[in-house]
Design a protein around this ligand. Structure first.
Ligand code: ZN
Ligand code: ZN
Length: 172
C-alpha cells in the first residue's frame, strides 16, 4: 500500500516545483532583458551625444576656417573670429550706417530697430562695401526670424523665407 502522506507531499512538492521556480526564472529573464534594453538605450544616447558634439565641433571649425579664408582674402579686420569682428570699429561703422539708412525702423514691423541683421556674409558685405543685404530690425522680429516658436534655430533659408513673408523685399 502506498503511503497517502508521501503521495500528497510528493504531488505538493511537484506543484511547488512547477509553480515556484518558473515565475522566478521568468521574472529574472524580464528584468535582465529590461536592463539590456536600458543599456542599449543608454549606449544609443551616448553615441548620439558623441555625434552631436563632433558635429558641433566640425561646424565651429568650419566657421573658423571660413572666417580665416575671408581674413586671408583681404577682409580689412584683425578680428580672429566673427564674434570679435562684431565688437570691432568696422562693424560698428557699418551698423550705424544701416540703422541711419533705415531711419531706425524695423524692416519687418516698423517698430524701433535695435540691431542690424545679415542676409548675407559675403566679403563685400563684411567689408562694408555692400549694405544692401543688411537690414535694421527690432529685437522681437530678429528673434522670430532666427528661432522657431519651439526654440529651434532656423536655417538661413528658413530665416530668409520668413523675412520675405514679413514684408521685407526679397534679396536680389
Ligand atoms: Zn520688428
Ligand atoms: Zn540675424
Amino acid at each position: 500500500m502506498t503511503d497517502p502522506g508521501v503521495g500528497t507531499n510528493g504531488l505538493k512538492g511537484l506543484k511547488v516545483l512547477l509553480n515556484r521556480p518558473e515565475p522566478r526564472k521568468r521574472r529574472a529573464g524580464w528584468a535582465q532583458r529590461k536592463t539590456a534594453k536600458q543599456r542599449r538605450k543608454a549606449k544609443r544616447q551616448r553615441k548620439k551625444a558623441r555625434q552631436a558634439a563632433l558635429k558641433a565641433q566640425k561646424r565651429q571649425g568650419g566657421r573658423a576656417d571660413e572666417w580665416q579664408a575671408k581674413v586671408d582674402a583681404g577682409l580689412p579686420t584683425d578680428a580672429k573670429s566673427y564674434a570679435v569682428y562684431l565688437q570691432g570699429d568696422l562693424w560698428h561703422a557699418i551698423r550705424a550706417r544701416v540703422l541711419r539708412r533705415d531711419r531706425g525702423l524695423c524692416a519687418a514691423c516698423g517698430g524701433h530697430a535695435t540691431l542690424v541683421h545679415h542676409r548675407s556674409y559675403e566679403m563685400l558685405v563684411l567689408q562694408g562695401e555692400d549694405d544692401a543685404p543688411l537690414i535694421a530690425l527690432c529685437h522681437p522680429c530678429h528673434r522670430a526670424i532666427h528661432i522657431t516658436p519651439r526654440g529651434r534655430k532656423r536655417t538661413p533659408r528658413s530665416t530668409e523665407r520668413l523675412l520675405v513673408r514679413m514684408g521685407v523685399s526679397p534679396l536680389k
